[in-house]
Design a protein around this ligand. Structure first.
Ligand code: ADE
Length: 427
């Protein structure tokens, strides 16, 4: 087995353990903005909800993920963690977790071989519950460690791309244990994907380039929940937003919500910044790159680095240089320059800090409660299926979030309850 440090016995591998006190402070700060997860942590601690359960997590190693990992550990679980992206690890956070005895394997700037080595370490604890963000850990167990599958209670998937991969495995009859689509919980999908991705992607672009957004033409490729969030936030900062889509309903929604919708060929010569959020591959291709303005900026907010065709970009590049960390200037054969951010990987995690804690509070509260639910119910659910998050968990997290924000909502009267469920009452 490949081992980047040449030792065999170790229970963590991070960039620099001396960064742990910085990590402690940023985790503590995240926790103050994650009150729902805090309540769950308290409950896990006082009732040992996950006593003795082995949990493997392949998630972006951020201060918010650390808060989740510590909640699971408070419940009595043994937790091992690796990153779900080569560029997203916050090294101080990883050091802090390692210092607290969490088996964490990951650092910012992993090459492909080390990325899979980290996954292998987490798989090595033979997890009973697997938490994934993009399906890499669960696919790895299916492909490389099938003998451990019988012990697995279930998996949990954080992102749209991962859920799509698991549905494909389910349809092909190769999914060997239940996977809960955490991404599809309303409190995740309608909050994290829209407001989290919207804010953090713009933050990544501004952090990396320092450009003024007002007055720019920003082209958002894809109008799913993530694209919608990005388009909303770009408009809020004063950009002219152009949306590109392949789905006619989504294209219509974007039009009705006031965005200009165009094909990418039309948008290519007018865009100042291009952001992909489609979940698909080769969205921005050579024929688009060749039509772009001098100085156009390309970046990606989708899970994998396949949305901007890097092969096509290479094929039209004459020269390149790194003008800042994660900002690469390409000189094209036509003489124009294009800037590529974060090697086409997630701009919000590689050039910023990912979604803010307040929004991850909801996503990770769902993960924590789903882990507890899987522990209690794994014997009763179909094994070869993708399952929704139980509606009670989704609702509980929404209610708790509102409570922690000090927001009261109304309840239906008995008469309204009866009316809303009946079909006999009309005009
Ligand atoms: N995905 C997007 N933002 C994140 C964050 N802050 N932590 C973990 N995963 C994320």
């Amino acid at each position: 087995m490949h081992n980047p440090v040449g030792t065999v016995e170790m229970d963590y591998k991070v960039k620099d353990i001396a960064l742990s006190s910085e990590g402690d402070m940023s985790i503590e700060w995240a926790q103050t903005n994650m009150p729902v997860l805090g309540q769950i942590t308290e409950d896990f601690r006082s009732h040992s909800r996950l006593e003795g359960i082995r949990i493997g997590a392949c998630l972006h190693i951020t201060k918010e993920t650390a808060s989740l990992i510590l909640a699971l550990r408070e419940g009595g679980a043994r937790v091992a963690l690796c990153p779900s992206n080569p560029l997203s690890t916050q090294d101080d956070v990883a050091a802090s977790l390692a210092n607290r005895g969490i088996e964490v394997y990951g650092w910012r700037g992993l090459n492909t071989e080390d990325y899979y080595w980290c996954i292998e370490q987490v798989a090595g604890i033979q997890p009973q519950i697997l938490m994934d963000d993009g399906a890499d850990l669960i696919s790895h167990i299916h492909k490389e460690n099938p003998k451990w599958i019988d012990d697995v209670m279930g998996g949990q998937e954080e992102t749209t791309t991962g859920v799509i991969r698991f549905r494909a495995m389910e349809n092909d009859g190769v999914l060997k244990f239940p996977v809960v689509a955490v991404n599809d919980a309303k409190v995740k999908w309608e909050m994290d994907n829209v407001f989290g991705t919207g804010q953090s992607s713009l933050h990544g672009i501004m952090n990396g380039t320092k450009i003024l957004i007002a007055g720019k033409t920003i082209v958002v490729c894809g109008y799913g929940h993530c694209g919608r969030g990005i388009a909303m936030r770009a408009r809020g900062l004063g950009a002219h937003v152009v949306v590109t889509e392949v789905d006619p309903h989504r294209a219509l929604t974007a039009t009705m919500e006031g965005f200009r919708v165009a094909s990418l060929s039309e948008a290519a010569p007018v865009g100042d910044v291009f952001i992909t959020a489609t979940g698909n591959k080769s969205v921005i291709r050579k024929e688009h790159m060749e039509r772009m303005k001098n100085g156009a900026i390309l970046c990606n907010a989708g899970h994998f680095n396949v949305e901007i065709s890097l092969e096509d970009l290479d094929s039209v590049t004459e020269g390149s240089r790194e003008i800042q960390d994660m900002v690469e200037e390409r000189t094209l054969c036509n003489g124009r320059k294009i800037l590529l951010l974060a090697e086409g990987r997630l701009v919000n995690l590689a050039l910023a800090y990912g979604h803010p804690s307040e929004v991850m509070d909801m996503s990770f509260a769902v993960h924590a409660l789903t882990a507890r639910w899987l522990t209690d119910n794994h014997d009763e659910i179909e094994r070869d299926r993708v399952h929704p998050v139980p509606a009670e968990i989704d609702e509980e997290v929404a209610r708790r979030k509102l409570e922690t924000m000090g927001i009261e909502i109304d309840e239906m009267t008995e008469e309204q309850e009866r009316y809303i469920r009946s079909w006999e009452l009309g005009t």
